[in-house]
Write a protein that binds this ligand. Sequence first.
Ligand SMILES: Nc1ncnc2c1ncn2[C@@H]1O[C@H](COP(=O)(O)OP(=O)(O)O)[C@@H](O)[C@H]1O
Ligand SMILES: [Mg+2]
Length: 174
Amino acid sequence: MLQSRSAMGASPGTPRLKCQRSRTSTFKLVFQARRGMRVAVCGTVGSGKSSLLSCILGEVPKLSGVVRTCGTIAYVSQSAWIQSGKVQENILFGKEMDSEKYDRVLELCSLKKDLESFPSGDQTVIGERGINLSGGQKQRVQIARALYQDADIYLFDDPFSAVDAHTGSHIFKV
Ligand SMILES: Nc1ncnc2c1ncn2[C@@H]1O[C@H](COP(=O)(O)OP(=O)(O)O)[C@@H](O)[C@H]1O
Ligand SMILES: [Mg+2]
């Protein structure tokens, strides 16, 4: 079952999240997040957290109701998705290089030390013809890619599952 503190605490200015689970795997949800809010959705495995994000992205069809989003969305999936190519290409993802922003994103995602250990830094090729990244490194590259997009809305699906507590806490403060 999906739950949020705000649904129980209901203080003004916090997101409204009401959830009612039915006997099937569907659920009813009334939810509003305003600019600047950070919303965390907690629930057991299989409770529908990833499905909720897929629904916001329009990948899972709704039985009824509407989802309204405003602005661009950056999504970090639960299972890391990395394309074959250089580390830098995976982060820029088609965007122009802005060295200052790029450097800040690497710092925020605790990637600098990792890059130093790679044979050619951020020019190192990942994939079949290059190195294999660890689960945590893949996850942080994904987060870096999302941050670099400068989106209006960020959807993170279990983004700290493969990083250690210290790194997770560093990224969370972003
Ligand atoms: N692609 C899919 N097709 C059909 N059922 C799915 C699919 N993905 C997830 N489900 C089902 O939806 C429910 C919620 O799953 P999920 O959103 O992955 O939960 P969580 O992310 O909270 O672990 C589960 O019962 C799961 O089996
Ligand atoms: Mg999930």
